[in-house]
Design a protein around this ligand. Sequence first.
Ligand SMILES: *Cc1c(COP(=O)(O)O)cnc(C)c1O
Length: 384
Amino acid sequence: MQDKLNLMIPGPTPVPENVLSSMSKHPIGHRSSDFQEIVQKTTEQLKWLHQTTADVLTITGSGTAAMEAGIINTLSKGDRVICGNNGKFGERWVKVAKAYGLDVKTVEADWGQPLDPNQFKRILEEDTSETIKAVILTHSETSTGVINDLKTINNEVKSNSKAITIADCVTSLGASNIPMDEWGIDVIASGSQKGYMIPPGLSFVAMSKRAWEFNNQSNLPKFYLDLKQYLKTVNKNSNPFTPAINLYFALEASLKMMQKEGLSNIFTRHSRHQKAIQEGVKAMGLNLFTKEGFGSPAITAVQPKNIDAENIRKAIKNDFDILLAGGQDHLKGKIFRIGHLGFVNDRDIVSVISALESTLDKMGKLEVPIGEGIAKTISVLNNE
Ligand SMILES: *Cc1c(COP(=O)(O)O)cnc(C)c1O
């Protein structure tokens, strides 16, 4: 049905009505005092979201721009780095690092498995002359639904080296607790179309004091993504270039909504929904793809037995107007992924699990009496 599609993919995520309407007006001048007020306000809101006193810089560009900015503003040609790689976005880190001539060592895990903090520890301990400059990883690995243990890995980095930690928190920020200052994360990259509940087009980089010290030595080429320019201008409540002004309207509106809900309520909502989906899926006789205990609060990957996952996904889109994500690369047809990030409520969870159960039944592939999956989901929602 027209205009009825519910996005349950891990980005872009649904946008609240008041955020949408905040954008539907003429842009204002980006050097005007009205716009400066918005920059000032959103910068404060972003610090709140990142739980940091560091400046959070806003770039007009997708999440990958923030990832790239994190690397080129802290590191230098030939620097040795460790990249965590257990999925599509871990691979992206490796590609960005190599594109800039960094000397990359990877810590890998099979897709669906989390990165092992001990492997980072071992490599850092062996590096007695402390030549490794950065540990770079994805917090919530969207391609597999795995959440990596960023806190523990960063603790290993801090206790065994002088390296900085650069984290892709694109699908974890605004879904799970990431106290940047308390944990001591040096660079956090994120993007607007995920937990922020606004359309794609803005990305964000937060840099610790130590990351700014690295910036003084960094010799990688940069111009549009030169964060020194962003820092200089953000202090004057401005931007080095013409930003996506209407997306700033949206950002202000969405962060206001998030502040009203409160960080701990946001995190509880996401973990409650995650559990309701996981339990419903298991009760239907389907497997979770991700290792138990390492599921992302933003996305759940499901591995059906003996059914092409793409057929389930297509049927749910056709019959229920719910868009799920498929598997990437070798996981195409093997898994589908349910996004539950951002502007998501209990209704979305109940409808996606019911739609899945109904679809399996229609396909003749439901291995349990109809209703067991949704019953479990409802029981989690009513009791958590
Ligand atoms: C969406 C996403 C990104 C950013 O991708 P863009 O398409 O550049 O916005 C980066 N990392 C993860 C884990 C993501 O889910």
